[in-house]
Design a protein around this ligand. Structure first.
Ligand SMILES: [Zn+2]
Length: 300
């Protein structure tokens, strides 16, 4: 119970903090004053994240995306041939990677983009890689050693450490959504601040990514692994799906007061156009139906 009260207090403090945040160009988290995480809205509901080491001014961007029309090569659209219905957002919009560049410009000339962290190969997460690499030829472009990640020049294997300035990321291979989907955990050694997890299309607030090339069993394995991380780890997913996911979760779990509180908070944020990121792993274990497959309160 004490844990619940702590969680509830923490959640509302979080919401109060973030509801003052104008989406998308203000930091989503200020847990660690030396690290700035900026969500970048792309297309209809994608997120890239600019992560800046405030001490060295080096920065990484997670999943810069953009228009598939500007991408050349054999990669785009292969995922649309899967039997699952495509996402309702396949219309090209901004030329890539304008949103990321605009955000960089807001942060100032002293911020140097040195790395791209690609969670997976789908074009709405990786279509900006080629153009950014052309603009910044020394960029390290990280991507799965299993997936054919566009423009990747640094292969990521499970547990690999990636340094960007003073920032230390660890790649977590998930095998969820795509065979080589990588989650990136920012976990500063010796820091008293909670880690941050960039989860791409593997894990969403109150939801899970489609199992295009994976199984429910592989998602369960990922959940088991996430359960061993710091519960206050902040979760930054690849899409703004929280409201729809929570509405679905409510149909399965109508007496969950934590879910109801989260749904109310997310409704309020979306009503004013604010981002719902991040949540925490601790929260997800309380309302995300995909994290609670063994919970007897959910339908079998
Ligand atoms: Zn995807």
């Amino acid at each position: 119970m004490g844990g619940f009260i702590f969680w509830k207090t923490w959640m509302w403090l979080t919401i109060i903090t973030y509801s003052n945040t104008k989406f998308p160009q203000i930091p989503a988290t200020t847990c660690d004053p030396d690290v700035k995480i900026v969500p970048v809205a792309i297309r209809t509901d994608n997120y890239a994240y600019l992560i800046i080491d405030k001490v060295t001014q080096e920065a990484a961007v997670v999943d810069p995306s953009g228009s598939p029309l500007t991408f050349s090569g054999s990669f785009p659209f292969e995922w649309l041939t899967t039997p699952s219905p495509p996402f309702p957002m396949c219309t090209p919009q901004k030329p890539d990677p304008k949103a990321v560049l605009d955000t960089l410009a807001v942060e100032g000339d002293e911020v140097k983009l040195t790395a791209i962290l690609t969670t997976h190969k789908h074009w709405d997460h990786s279509a900006g890689n080629a153009r950014l690499l052309k603009l910044f030829p020394t960029l390290r472009v990280y991507g799965s050693a299993i997936d054919a990640t566009p423009s990747a020049n640094q292969k990521v294997y499970d547990g690999d450490e990636i340094r960007v300035g003073r920032l230390l990321f660890r790649g977590l291979e998930s095998r969820v959504h795509t065979k080589g989907h990588i989650l990136y955990l920012l976990d500063q050694p010796g820091s008293s601040h909670p880690p941050a997890l960039f989860s791409g299309d593997a894990v969403f607030i109150a939801g899970a990514g489609r199992f295009f090339e994976s199984t429910a069993a592989e998602f369960y394995q990922l959940v088991q692994r996430l359960g061993k991380l710091n519960p206050l780890t902040t979760l930054f997913p690849g899409h703004e799906y929280a409201l729809a996911n929570l509405k679905f979760a409510e149909t399965l779990d109508q007496n969950n007061s934590v879910l109801q509180a989260k749904l109310g908070a997310v409704r309020a944020l979306r009503a004013t156009g604010l981002s719902t990121t991040p949540s925490t792993l601790q929260e997800e274990f309380l309302y995300n139906p995909f994290f609670r497959s063994s919970d007897p309160r959910l339908p079998r």
